[in-house]
Design a protein around this ligand. Structure first.
Ligand code: FAD
Length: 492
């Protein structure tokens, strides 16, 4: 039996481990932390429960495959349900717009702000065409480079990817009002990039939500990890917790296994869920031109300031998922992604999961997660905890100004994580929360390939690898990396 070792039990690592086990491999995962899930994480304190990582589940059918391939049913492991409205959007002038997948409800929201509904329909058609095109090859076939792209799509299909515009231009050409432009630009949040730098085909992301819906997991999203943990146990995947991998050993151009706590574990194939750049540098000791080239192309996606607040009251105007928009979103994107400074007036994502799930906060109270996107860590000019603290104050002032009156007086539990904590916890490259940035000038949204270009039996999975960050994408990546491993072994 062939032996696979997976480094890291994030969702990408888990998906690769399950998929390889289903292909008949003996699989062991080594995870540095004391729990599985990676960035899918939870913080619980005094009766409040916060999704410390992801809070929106999309494309559950990608997770479903992991269960169905073993004759099991996703819902028996992970209790999911849809959320309404999808998002509530607040603007500084007092305007509030909700997003619904139902046409009649969405039409009423558009009417409220004077956006012709035909514009929404036209945009969703444009988005759906891009999604179908991207899904058919890049996502489902796990394409990794131009050669594979050309072979799958043929040159004549390239213009359909809307390659010569950025995402914002694609949005702006469909909508009349700033409200709808700001909202649809912000779908880029799913991959932590800038709508002014990402290629227009990223507008496919609206379809992920409008066609396939937006989902919640009862008890909080960490229950995805709990369900997958059960599946791994039933399948016989060996999970080693508190086992940081220190080195990947090589011999004759191949990797031979890993070292944990000074002990060598041999493997026929190693799959790293540790991000590509830290893995090459820290586990393989690579440096020089090879890593410099990777660093140029694989710039990290943004990081975030995660502010969890347990309140002694509820703010009834909040939906489950809320966005409080910057008054100048172009400047917000420019500050975070080009100047790489902390924003003065960031767009804020605010989660109030108690709208869907009464178990996450004491009765009559809110457990809020607030997440502004902020730059990844610049090691040459690092920011201090005091800088992040000052941003937190600006964030809370903004929320009070935009209707969450006296918010700060109602805080009974506070837990804040900066990019420094995110890097420390997950070994993520410069504290990035979604892996590699999608930027049309730097990488045209391509991430690293799943198979190492240096060592043929070393593979990568997760947000720094195609197709990139976000829970469903890294789970898909795990399934596709398993196919690549099997195909590679077949030709050996
Ligand atoms: P990770 O989750 O980073 O897992 C990597 C694992 O490897 C970690 O467990 C780490 O501890 C381990 N590891 C690293 N180095 C070693 C080593 N040397 N030895 C052993 N183990 C090691 N996505 C969504 O779909 N919806 C959302 O709403 C959403 N919101 C988010 C909000 C926040 C605050 C964050 C942080 C992320 C969010 N995401 C969201 C993104 C999503 O969480 C990630 O894209 C995804 O979970 C990443 O999975 P991964 O497999 O790439 O890596």
């Amino acid at each position: 039996q062939r032996k696979a070792i997976v480094i890291g039990a994030g969702l990408g690592g888990i998906s690769a481990a399950v998929s390889l086990k289903q292909e008949g491999y003996e699989v062991a995962i080594f995870e540095k932390n004391s729990q599985i899930g990676g960035k899918l994480n939870v913080h619980r304190e005094r009766g409040y429960s916060f999704d410390l990582g992801p809070s929106i589940l999309t494309l559950p059918h990608i997770f479903r495959r992991l269960f169905e391939r073993s004759g099991k049913n996703l819902e028996d492991y992970i209790p999911i349900r849809t959320v309404r409205p999808h998002w509530r959007n607040f603007f500084e002038d007092g305007t509030v717009v909700d997003l619904y997948p139902e046409a009649d409800k969405m039409a009423a929201e558009a009417l409220k702000v004077g956006e012709p509904y035909e514009n929404v329909e036209r945009f969703l058609k444009y988005s759906a065409d891009l999604y179908d095109l991207t899904n058919d090859g890049y996502f489902e076939q796990g394409l990794d480079n131009w050669r594979e792209f050309g072979k799958h799509y043929g040159l004549w299909k390239f213009p359909q990817f809307d390659l010569f515009r950025n995402m914002h231009s694609g949005v702006a050409s469909h909508f009349d009002t700033r409200y709808f432009r700001d909202v649809f630009d912000f779908f880029i949040k799913y991959v932590g990039s800038s709508a002014f730098r990402a290629p227009a085909f990223m507008n496919s992301m609206a379809t992920i939500q409008f066609r396939y819906d937006l989902w919640y997991v009862d008890g909080g999203l960490y229950n995805i990890a709990v369900g997958l943990g059960r599946l791994m146990e039933e399948l016989g995947v060996k999970v080693h917790l508190e086992s940081a991998v220190e080195e990947v050993r090589r011999e004759g151009g191949r990797v031979t296994g890993i070292v944990v706590g000074g002990e060598f574990h041999a493997a026929d194939v190693v799959i790293s869920n540790m991000e590509v750049i830290p893995a090459y540098k820290e586990l393989l000791g690579e440096e020089g031109a090879f890593t410099r080239k990777l660093e140029k192309r694989l710039e990290p996606a943004c990081s975030g300031l995660i502010i969890d607040l347990g309140l002694d009251r509820q703010y009834p105007q909040l939906a489950h998922h809320n966005f409080f928009f910057s008054d100048d979103q172009r400047e917000h994107f420019r500050t975070v992604f080009e100047k790489r400074e902390l924003p003065h007036d960031p767009t804020l994502y605010v989660v109030a999961a108690s709208r869907t799930d009464a178990t996450v906060a004491p009765q009559g109270c809110d457990a809020l997660k607030i997440l502004p996107h902020i730059p990844y860590i610049d090691d040459e000019h690092p920011l201090s905890r005091a800088d992040y603290e000052a941003l937190k104050d600006r964030v809370l002032e903004k929320l009070e100004r935009m209707g969450l009156e006296n918010l700060r007086q109602h805080v009974v539990v506070e837990h804040v994580w900066t990019p420094l904590d995110i890097r420390e916890q997950y070994n993520s490259n410069k504290g990035s929360i979604y892996g590699v940035v999608s930027d049309r000038w730097k990488n045209l949204a391509f991430k690293a390939p799943k198979q190492s270009t240096k060592y043929p039996n070393l593979f990568f999975v997760g947000g720094s690898v195609n197709p990139g960050g976000g829970m469903p994408m890294v789970v898909l990546c795990g399934q596709n990396v398993a196919k690549k491993v099997v195909a590679w072994h077949a030709q050996c």
